[in-house]
Design a protein around this ligand. Structure first.
Ligand SMILES: NC(=O)c1ccc[n+]([C@@H]2O[C@H](COP(=O)([O-])OP(=O)(O)OC[C@H]3O[C@@H](n4cnc5c(N)ncnc54)[C@H](O)[C@@H]3O)[C@@H](O)[C@H]2O)c1
Length: 348
């Protein structure tokens, strides 16, 4: 029997309906000998009864603070501001290793309590490739929102939905023109998701990845009506759009969805805007004549919580029984230790 005790916590953010472990995978974990405690959570897309039926012990929301010291607390997004000292090992997206706002404060809490962060963004294989990610559904939702806006069918504020409902809205109505769309980063997780949504909308998009943007054909790019950017850049790249392109009178491009949302980064390939959009105001007009509208939402997968959770859980849950026993978990832990040392929070 494994002695691993996982504690699936309630998410602090009220709009966050996703979970990193869905009930079906919870059942598999319990079946493999893992003890799984699940917190009640009013907004989680899967009712707590499904976890109970899968053999999990149910506890009140937020009770992880009193969990046994050996328990591993699993979540997705930020922790509440209290307690000041974090004693447990936590698995979630900490956004704490790139000098983000609040990063030092979070790591200081871990250092003070002797706990550790296993950041899901850094759960990678030996080649550095992410093992569990939400990219597919980010691309799917991003492209879908762009199409709906382009066709005058997007209603705000946005709210979490299902794939069935989204696809119903996406389907072209008779007489609607075929959409001239471009996906950049088309071979990646988000790119594949974007292509799937565009196919659902009746479009056969042009697909570009690294090979096609090396010598960027700006005129070809601007000749598409709609563009979805899903690239992951790790170094300087010639921007895909500049302010000059926005002024271009012959531009056909009318709608851009920036799934990447690298606003403020030196590697940003779309330096034509400086603030993301959100669920309340999903679209911003960047230019009037000719029109160019932007969708740049940085929490797209939360709009399809059921599908996004299922995919993520399918990737993460099979790796949990081997928690802290080398491989990807050790790499993850090393990253935490290195960052804390570099910040002078721990010695070494
Ligand atoms: N907005 C959101 O809610 C949201 C959610 C998840 C991920 N993301 C972001 O989406 C981006 C893509 O994530 P992913 O999981 O799909 O990454 P990925 O690594 O699976 O795919 C990225 C793709 O971009 C391509 N690429 C890199 N540089 C390029 C260039 N110069 N020209 C053309 N193609 C290039 C790569 O070859 C790869 O195919 C990341 O920046 C990620 O942080 C956003």
């Amino acid at each position: 029997m494994s002695e691993l005790h996982l504690w699936l916590r309630h998410e602090t953010r009220t709009t966050e309906r996703r979970t990193p472990v869905v009930p079906a995978d919870a059942g598999r974990l319990v079946g493999s000998g893992v003890t799984l405690t699940v917190e009640e959570s009013p907004q989680r897309i899967f009712p707590v009864e499904e976890y109970e039926a899968a053999g999990c012990r149910i506890v009140p929301a937020g009770s992880w603070t009193g969990a046994p010291p050996r328990a591993v607390v699993v979540g997705l997004k930020e922790l509440p501001d209290e307690p000041a000292e974090l004693r447990h090992r936590h698995v979630f997206f900490g956004h704490a290793y790139k000098e983000q706002p609040g990063a030092r404060a979070l790591l200081t809490r871990f250092a003070a309590g002797g706990g550790a962060l296993f950041d899901l963004e850094y759960l990678v294989d030996e080649h550095g490739r992410r093992l569990a990610a939400f990219g597919h559904w980010a691309g799917y939702v991003g492209a879908a929102l762009a199409v709906l806006h382009h066709r005058g069918r997007l209603t705000a504020p946005l709210r979490p939905t299902s794939k069935e409902e989204l696809d119903e809205a996406l389907r072209p109505v008779p007489g609607e023109d075929r959409l001239d769309a471009l996906v950049i980063g088309a071979l990646g997780r988000s790119g594949v998701g974007a292509r799937a949504a565009l196919a659902e909308a009746g479009a056969a998009p042009t697909c570009w990845d690294v090979a096609e943007t090396r010598d960027l054909d700006r005129a070809a790019l601007l000749a598409h009506e709609l563009m979805v950017n899903t690239v992951l850049t790790t170094g300087p790249v010639t921007p895909f759009l500049t302010d000059k392109d926005l002024d271009e009178p012959g531009r056909r491009l009318r709608t851009v969805c920036d799934v990447t949302c690298d606003v403020g980064s030196p590697y940003n390939v779309l330096p034509v805007y400086d603030t993301v959009t959100d669920w309340t105001d999903p679209v911003r007009r960047l230019h009037e004549r000719p029109v160019l509208d932007l969708v740049a939402i940085d929490n797209l997968p939360s709009l399809l919580p059921r599908e996004a959770s299922r995919d993520f859980s399918a990737a993460l849950a099979p790796r949990l029984p081997a928690f802290a026993s080398g491989g990807e978990w050790e790499r993850c832990r090393d990253r935490f230790d290195e960052t804390c040392r570099a910040l002078g929070l721990t010695e070494g």
